[in-house]
Structure formats: structure tokens, C-alpha cells
Design a protein around this ligand. Structure first.
Ligand code: BV8
Length: 234
């Protein structure tokens, strides 16, 4: 029984029209990370941060899952139907819902989700598809204490217990479309190297010595479907 963990980053959604963080038109080229993607930045200027994520949320419906998302979903579907003996878990750093819209169910959002908010007073995490502002009342406790349900720098990533369990059990670790600069995700490959094969799918070769057994270069919509076809054909 194959046990595969796939870590995805912004690069898998790039061909769906969603910006990456650090590429040529990266999101962080226009905004300062520390003003947007930190709890301090949110405390300092919640309206600026709400507007940043309102803009991303408004763009999401126009983005469609691409061939890479669909290829990963097809592997999980083959496992569910018994056509393939294995388990494929997606651990995504992405906050978009393209894996789910492609049909993947075993998806762990370690950095949260754009389509959810979190009430810092009562803890409710409502699904949210429109704009949110500092005075938007929580649907449960009615206090104006909602924030994006997103993990910012310095905050604990979500679901680390199940992620660490899946990493410990896997025989193959695949990273797709991530620059490997943000921890703890960037450290996953080292934590599995002793017991699993590792593959990196990216547009460009990593700058430093990549700790992956294999590096497959090219756009994810080409390289990932080619890999999953081989995987399912056994
Ligand atoms: C943590 C939010 C403790 C959602 C993000 C000081 C204080 C506190 C912490 C730290 C500190 N110093 C360092 C740290 C740790 C810190 C960190 O790693 N900092 C870095 C900058 C050094 N990490 C944290 O703070 C994390 N929390 O450490 O808590 C802890 C630790 C362990 C266990 C428990 C607790 C929290 C990090 C989460 C931050 N939130 N985003 C949002 O706004 O989206 S980070 C953001 O960048 C994304 O979420 C993503 O995770 C991350 C990396 O981005 P990528 O997805 O890799 O995208 P990027 O643009 O960088 O790269 C795209 C890649 O795709 C490129 O390689 C490109 O070539 C490729 N590509 C492009 N197109 C294609 C393609 N590939 C294939 N096909 C294509 N078509």
C-alpha cells in the first residue's frame, strides 16, 4: 500500500491565475509581509489586512482548478474506488479551495483557508465568501471580533499533529510549487528523508542544494499529470 504525502504551495495554483508570493508578479512584491501576514500587522491596521484578503477572496471564484489539481484528485478517486492501492494526502500551504473544487477530499490546510473567518472572542470559524471588515459582527456571538482564519507568521500552523503522523507513515513525499522558504513546511522533506523517497516539482531548479531525491522541472499542469499517469499505471 503506497502512502504518499503531497505538499503544495502557491505554484500549483499559479496556472489557475492566482498569484504566487515570491515570483515575478508575487503578492509580496507590492505588500510588506510584516504589515499583512502577521498578527501584529492585523492589530496595527485591521482594515488594511481585511482589504488584502477581501481582494484575494473576491478573485477566487474566477479561478478554476487546473490539470495539476485534477490529477491529484484523480489519484485519490482511484484509491477510493479500489483501482489503486494507496493513500494520497495533500498538505497544502495554500489558502485557496482549488484542491477541493478539483475533487480532493483528503486535504489539510496547514495555513488556514481564505473562505473561512475566525472569531477571536468565541472561536467560531464561519465559512465566508464575501468581504469582512473590522466591525463585521460574528454570526455566533455578534461581537466585532472576526479575522481571516489564516495562519500568519509567528502563529502555530494548523493540524501539525496529523501532518506529522502522515509524514512519519509515508513512503513518498512530493513537494509541488513551493519555494521552500517558510517553515515548518520547508522542513518536511528533511523529516521524511530517512524513510521515504522525495520528489520536487517546480518551474525552476532550487537555488541551493535541494534535499530531494528527484527534481522534475516544468509547469505543474504538465509535470504532475505525467507523474500521476505513471503512478496509476503502476
Ligand atoms: C511557525 C498565510 C512556530 C496565508 C503564510 C520569527 C518569528 C516567528 C516565526 C519565525 C521567525 N523566523 C522564522 C520563523 C518561522 C516562520 C518562517 O518560516 N519564516 C520564513 C520567512 C523564514 N514560519 C512561521 O512563522 C510559521 N509558524 O513557525 O510557528 C511553529 C513551528 C513549528 C511547529 C509549530 C509552531 C507560520 C508560517 C505561515 C505564514 N503564512 N501565508 C496567505 O497569506 O497566503 S506564508 C506564505 O508563504 C504561504 O502560505 C506559503 O506557505 C508560504 C510559501 O509560499 P509558497 O507557497 O512556497 O509560494 P512562493 O511564491 O514562495 O513560491 C512559489 C513556488 O512555485 C516557486 O518556487 C515557483 O518557482 C513555483 N511555481 C510558480 N509557478 C509554477 C511553479 N511551480 C510549478 N508550476 C508552476 N506553474
Amino acid at each position: 500500500m503506497r502512502r504518499i504525502v503531497v505538499l503544495t504551495g502557491a505554484g500549483i495554483s499559479q496556472e489557475s491565475g492566482l498569484q504566487t508570493f515570491r515570483g515575478a508578479d508575487g503578492l509580496w512584491n507590492n505588500e510588506h509581509i510584516e504589515h499583512i501576514c502577521t498578527p501584529q500587522g492585523f492589530r496595527r491596521d485591521p482594515l488594511r489586512v481585511d482589504r488584502f484578503y477581501n481582494d484575494l477572496r473576491a478573485r477566487l471564484p474566477a479561478a478554476q482548478p487546473n490539470a495539476a489539481h485534477l490529477a491529484l484528485a484523480a489519484v485519490e478517486q482511484a484509491a477510493r474506488s479500489g483501482r489503486w492501492q494507496g493513500q494520497l494526502t495533500i498538505v497544502t500551504q495554500n489558502i485557496d479551495d482549488l484542491h477541493e473544487r478539483a475533487g480532493s477530499q483528503d486535504v489539510i490546510h496547514m495555513h488556514g483557508e481564505l473562505l473561512r473567518l475566525r472569531c477571536t472572542r468565541c472561536g467560531m470559524t464561519p465559512v465566508w465568501r464575501t468581504d469582512c471588515y473590522p466591525d463585521t459582527p460574528c454570526p455566533a456571538c455578534h461581537a466585532p471580533t472576526l479575522r481571516p482564519d489564516i495562519v500568519w507568521f509567528g502563529e502555530m500552523p494548523y493540524h501539525m499533529d496529523i501532518i506529522e503522523k502522515r509524514l512519519a507513515e509515508c513512503d513518498l513525499f512530493v513537494a509541488i510549487g513551493t519555494s521552500g522558504v517558510v517553515y515548518p513546511a520547508a522542513g518536511f522533506v528533511d523529516s521524511v528523508a530517512a524513510h521515504a523517497d522525495t520528489m520536487l516539482f517546480n518551474l525552476e531548479a532550487p537555488s541551493g542544494p535541494a534535499p530531494f531525491d528527484q527534481t522534475i522541472l516544468g509547469p505543474a499542469t504538465h509535470t504532475v499529470p505525467a507523474w500521476t499517469r505513471d503512478l496509476l499505471e503502476g
